[in-house]
Write a protein that binds this ligand. Structure first.
Ligand code: ZN
Ligand code: ZN
Length: 294
C-alpha cells in the first residue's frame, strides 16, 4: 500500500466537527485526504474528561448540537468514522478511528471505561492544562505564565506528562512540547531550554513502555519554527532509544489535512528516525520512513 512517493502519506492527528473547535465532517476530511494523495488518516477527536474543566473543554458536537463529553456521543463518532472507513477503503484511503485524550493526573478512572467501551485504532494522550489552566489557549495561559518561571512551568508540565506515560492508557504522546505554543511568545528563548533534565527520563520511560511519539505540525500554522517537539527533544528521544513515531497535522478543518507533514518527516529524518508507525485496533505496524515519505 505504501509505495515510494514524494508526498506525505499518513496523517495521524485530525479533528472533525465532533471537536467543538473544529469544522468539517468525517467524510469531508477523508475526501480532502484522498485529494492530497494521503494513504491513511486517523481521526483523533478531543475527549477532555477533567471534571475541573467541564465548563471549558468538556463538550463535544453531536449532529450540530453541543453536548457534554460525558453524554452518549462516542457511539455516533465511532460509527461515522467506521462508515467512512468502509466507503474509502476501495478508493485507496485507510481511515482509522482514534481519540486525543486530554490528560490530567487523577482522571485515569474516567478514561478507562471510554477506552474499553469501543474498539479504537489509536489513542493519543496529550497534556493541555496545568493546575486546571489551559496553557494552549492564549487567553488563559498569560495569567498562568505570569506567575511562573519557564522552569516551573516545565516542572509541572513534565510531571503531569510523566503520569500520562505511566498511566498505560495511551499508544502515543501528542505534541510533546505544546507548552511552547503560547509559552514562547511569553517567555522567549529561555523556554527553549527549560525542559533539560526533565524530558530525558520521560523519554526513557516511553521506550520502556513501548509508547510512540508524535511529530505534530500544528504549530507551523501559527508561525512556530518547528513541528512539536523541537529538534533537540527529538534527538534526545533517539538517544533514549525511541524508534516509533507518528506524524500528524492536528488539522481542525478539512483543508488543513496533511499540512506540514513534509516538515514532520524532515524533522524525523534529521533526528535519525527511519520509520513511522500506524495503528489498527491498537496494534502497531511499522513503515519505513522512505516508504511513507518518499
Ligand atoms: Zn492537543
Ligand atoms: Zn489535536
Amino acid at each position: 500500500m505504501f509505495e515510494g512517493s514524494n508526498k506525505p502519506m499518513v496523517d495521524y492527528h485530525v479533528h472533525c466537527d465532533y471537536s467543538v473547535d473544529a469544522g468539517g465532517s468525517v467524510a469531508e476530511f477523508a475526501e480532502q485526504a484522498l485529494e492530497k494523495g494521503l494513504k491513511e488518516i486517523c481521526f483523533t477527536t478531543h475527549c477532555d474528561l477533567d471534571p475541573l474543566r467541564r465548563h471549558h473543554d468538556g463538550r463535544v458536537r453531536l449532529r450540530g448540537d453541543i453536548v457534554e463529553v460525558t453524554s452518549d456521543w462516542l457511539g455516533s463518532y465511532v460509527e461515522e468514522v467506521r462508515k467512512s472507513s468502509d466507503a474509502f477503503k476501495g478508493r485507496g484511503l485507510a481511515v482509522r478511528c482514534g481519540l486525543e485524550i486530554g490528560f490530567t493526573p487523577g482522571i485515569e478512572g474516567m478514561i478507562e471505561p471510554v477506552l474499553s467501551a469501543f474498539d479504537f485504532d489509536f489513542i493519543l494522550g496529550g497534556v493541555h492544562t496545568l493546575d486546571g489552566v489551559d496553557i494552549v489557549s492564549a487567553r488563559e495561559s498569560t495569567d498562568y505564565f505570569s506567575q511562573k518561571s519557564p522552569r516551573e512551568v516545565c516542572e509541572v508540565y513534565y510531571h503531569d506528562l510523566g503520569e500520562a506515560i505511566r498511566s498505560g492508557l495511551f499508544d502515543c504522546i501528542a505534541h510533546l512540547d505544546i507548552y511552547k505554543r503560547c509559552g514562547l511568545d511569553f517567555y522567549g528563548e529561555p523556554l527553549n531550554v527549560a525542559h533539560r533534565g526533565l524530558v530525558e527520563p520521560l523519554l526513557e520511560e516511553m521506550v520502556g513502555r513501548g509508547l510512540s511519539l508524535e511529530i505534530n505540525s500544528g504549530g507551523l500554522r501559527e508561525g512556530l519554527r518547528w513541528p512539536f517537539p523541537s529538534p533537540d527533544i527529538l534527538k534526545a528521544a533517539r538517544d533514549a532509544g525511541l524508534a516509533d513515531i507518528t506524524t500528524g497535522s492536528d488539522a481542525h478543518k478539512p483543508d488543513q489535512v496533511g499540512y506540514g507533514l513534509e516538515a514532520c518527516s524532515d524533522s524525523a529524518r534529521d533526528a535519525g528516525f527511519d520509520r513511522i508507525v500506524v495503528f489498527e485496533r491498537r496494534s502497531r505496524q511499522e513503515i519505513p520512513l522512505r516508504q511513507a515519505y518518499g
